[in-house]
Design a protein around this ligand. Structure first.
Ligand SMILES: NC(=O)c1ccc[n+]([C@@H]2O[C@H](COP(=O)([O-])OP(=O)(O)OC[C@H]3O[C@@H](n4cnc5c(N)ncnc54)[C@H](OP(=O)(O)O)[C@@H]3O)[C@@H](O)[C@H]2O)c1
Length: 199
């Protein structure tokens, strides 16, 4: 399969990319990394990406991340800014990419455990992941030409404990191996409309 990974240079992407390369042709994209330049906060940039990276069977988006916030001072304005990348960026990858993906292709989006398990300081991130879960369900029955869509929802990954572990005491980290296998399943299996929770 010919797979486009947006966010391939990140913590997950740098492990997932070589794993998928063992059996597939993999193209990589990011704002400042990868073979193709894309900023998923821009519709024009996403359109340009799909026009350049032709003949895609599977598109995996692991770009952008959920924000940290302070509930007492959180505003609608702040939330709208925080929704731009991970929420609307990934939604736009699907809304635009549906017109370019090959028949029987697949999209994989990335969400996160805060959709299901509340933690302090991540209200916006929780809403982003919860909304994406609902989007995946709707898109799975709307997408044309037998195109599939799924999301992988990771808990804190062991590789990120050194950076973020102190923010989420008590959150049990998961291995990168489980995360990589979940993304691979969305590409190689026939599942659609699924949220693969790796908690
Ligand atoms: N790591 C964890 O423990 C963990 C746990 C739960 C959920 N997640 C979720 O998993 C996803 C990936 O996490 P990660 O830790 O791998 O992130 P990361 O290390 O920050 O990597 C993000 C990747 O996305 C690219 N990127 C960022 N903003 C972009 C944009 N606007 N347009 C295009 N590319 C963009 C970056 O490359 P450039 O800088 O070159 O653009 C980079 O390749 C996020 O949604 C995160 O919330 C991660």
């Amino acid at each position: 399969m010919r797979i486009l990974i947006i966010g391939a240079s990140g913590t997950i992407g740098k492990e997932l990319t070589p794993y998928l390369k063992e059996n597939h042709e993999v193209l990589t994209a990011g704002r400042n990394s990868g073979e193709f330049t894309v900023d998923i906060t821009s519709e024009n940039s996403i359109k340009k990406l799909f026009e350049q990276a032709k003949n895609i069977d599977a598109c995996i988006c692991i770009a952008a991340s959920g924000p940290l916030d302070n509930f007492a001072s959180l505003t609608e304005n702040q939330l709208q800014k925080d929704f731009k990348g991970k929420l609307f960026g990934q939604i736009n990858v699907v809304l635009i990419g549906q017109h370019y993906l090959n028949d029987n292709g697949s999209f994989t989006l990335t969400t996160g455990i805060f959709a299901d398990k509340p933690y302090k300081g991540v209200t916006g991130g929780a809403v982003v992941s919860g909304a994406l879960h609902s989007f995946v369900l709707s898109a799975s029955i709307e997408l044309p030409r037998n195109i599939r869509i799924n999301a992988v929802s990771p808990s804190l990954i062991e590789d990120s404990v050194k950076d973020f572990g102190h923010l989420f005491p008590g959150l049990q980290p998961v291995s990168m191996d489980r995360i990589v296998k979940a993304f691979t399943k969305t590409v190689e299996d026939t599942v659609s409309g699924q949220i693969l929770r790796v908690y």
